[in-house]
Design a protein. Sequence first.
Length: 261
Amino acid sequence: MQFDSKTNLLILGSGPFGLSLSALASHLGIEHLVVGQPMEFWHKHMPKGMYLRSACDWHLDPLNVHTIEAFALVQGKTNSDVEPLSLQFYQSYAEWFQQQKGIIPLRHKIEKLDHSSTDNGFVATTDKGATILASNVVLAPGFRHFAMVPEELMGLLPAARFSHTCDYVDFGPARGRRYLIIGGRQSAFEWAALLLEAGAGAVHVSHRPFQTPHASSVVEFQFRPNLRTTQKPLKTPQTLVSWSFNFSLRRGLSSAFCVVY
């Protein structure tokens, strides 16, 4: 069988983990190929104005050379100047990291991956019809493909009235609307803050407290617009209202999702 390209290591995905793996492979002298749109999830499925929960130590370089701190210094800034990390800043850092490491991903999508016993490796087929023979494969697809909305909720809600947070990144229609966010991690609280800043009429967050897995509570966030500066996000709710919720979730949520009502 003829192949369009051959490689020792094929890295599927060019988000933070794929880029970091590529940098390490280059350092170890491993011939490899990275496939995917660089940082696609971060550009298409995260909202403007978002801040990361991670600090400057969450950089991409396994060699600790081209770090976020190093990128900040290039701009004449310190860690305290750039923390909390904005989405825009982190996207710029990832682009700079690729340039410093000379990482040039193949901007295709892999539609099929087969094991080839005759060629002693794996055969990947791209969306362009090209084939790649790889001796080894690392999967780094990111979180996009693992968003989960519980079926018991999907059956209760009109299709046009709910969305997973990774798909709800345009807050233009938010003004005056009421939202229920189900989930209790970073995305839930970040989306709550951003929705309120976009003029949402009310935002409620329902989540299970860690100490009581089958209980549920609702947190109502009320922000005064002048309390969030241009650089430092306000993350602390000014009122906390405990409500009961009429069902419990038996499975964990991947991130969170929004209900418009």
